[in-house]
Design a protein around this ligand. Structure first.
Ligand code: SAH
Length: 233
């Protein structure tokens, strides 16, 4: 996907964005690919693929959710995806969370360089951060972090009642959801919608699972990661 194709497909399929925003997203791509040589931040190093799999894909939730003025947490953001493209493209207040220090260091320098006043990066494990930040966010979002039954326990405790947990999944999203229904309910969530999309060039499937927090999460969740992993809800 070249830059023009990115502009056209985002504006047609997702949301209308200013041309300045696309310039910033292009700059984000260049810096991430450059820094990748030092830090090994992402597996995707080729520009055309990066635009589709890292930028277009990160923006896909904007087709369904208006993040302006909302508090948004990106769990397991890695090199800053989807959090950085969302911070660049919206007026949402985006917190980017990852347990790897060097990734958070890299994100902090991008936030500085871009002057992103609506973004901050925190180095912590989600299950630990979740214990002291219960029911704090309008949206908690995650892409490529863990299977949904595990991810739900990491993410749902931090969603405000009335807010949303958005799981960005690939073609196995429906199967993951079948395994996670019980966990979602136990944690106070309710599946509202399953949004199906296709990436414009590669035609890979994307499934955006929209889960609403309908009641408070019991204080015993999230458990320690070992327990979550060994005995998912
Ligand atoms: N969202 C990124 C995914 C990066 S890979 C993207 O789509 O490109 C998954 C990331 O999740 C890794 O950077 C890893 O450090 C982080 N991660 C995994 N489990 C975590 C946890 N329990 N708390 C915080 N970060 C976690």
């Amino acid at each position: 996907m070249n830059k023009n194709e990115l502009v056209t497909s985002v504006n047609q399929n997702i949301t209308k964005l200013d041309s300045i925003v696309f310039d910033l997203l292009e700059k984000l791509m260049n810096i991430t690919i450059e820094t990748n040589e030092k830090f090994n931040l992402t597996a995707i190093k080729e520009e055309d693929k990066f635009r589709e799999l890292m930028i277009y894909d990160s923006l896909l939730p904007l087709r369904y959710f208006d993040l302006d003025g909302k508090s948004v947490l990106d769990v397991g953001t890695g090199a800053g995806f989807p959090g950085l493209p969302l911070a660049i493209s919206t007026r949402g207040n985006i917190t980017l969370l990852d347990s790897t220090n060097k990734k958070i260091g890299h994100i902090c320098s991008i936030i500085d360089e871009f002057g992103l006043k609506n973004a901050k990066a925190i180095c912590a494990r989600a299950e630990e951060y979740g214990r002291s930040n219960r029911e704090q966010f309008d949206y908690v979002i995650a892409r490529a972090v863990a299977p949904l039954n595990i991810l739900a326990e990491l993410c749902l405790p931090m969603v405000k009642v009335g807010g949303f947990f958005i799981a960005m999944k690939g073609s196995n999203g429906q199967e993951e959801l079948d395994e996670a229904n019980k966990a979602i309910e136990k944690l106070g969530g309710k599946v509202i919608a399953i949004h199906n999309d296709e990436l414009p060039i590669s035609k890979e499937a994307r499934i955006t699972i929209e889960i609403k927090k309908i009641k408070e999460t019991n204080k015993k969740y999230p458990r320690d990661y070992k327990e979550i992993k060994v005995k998912p809800l």
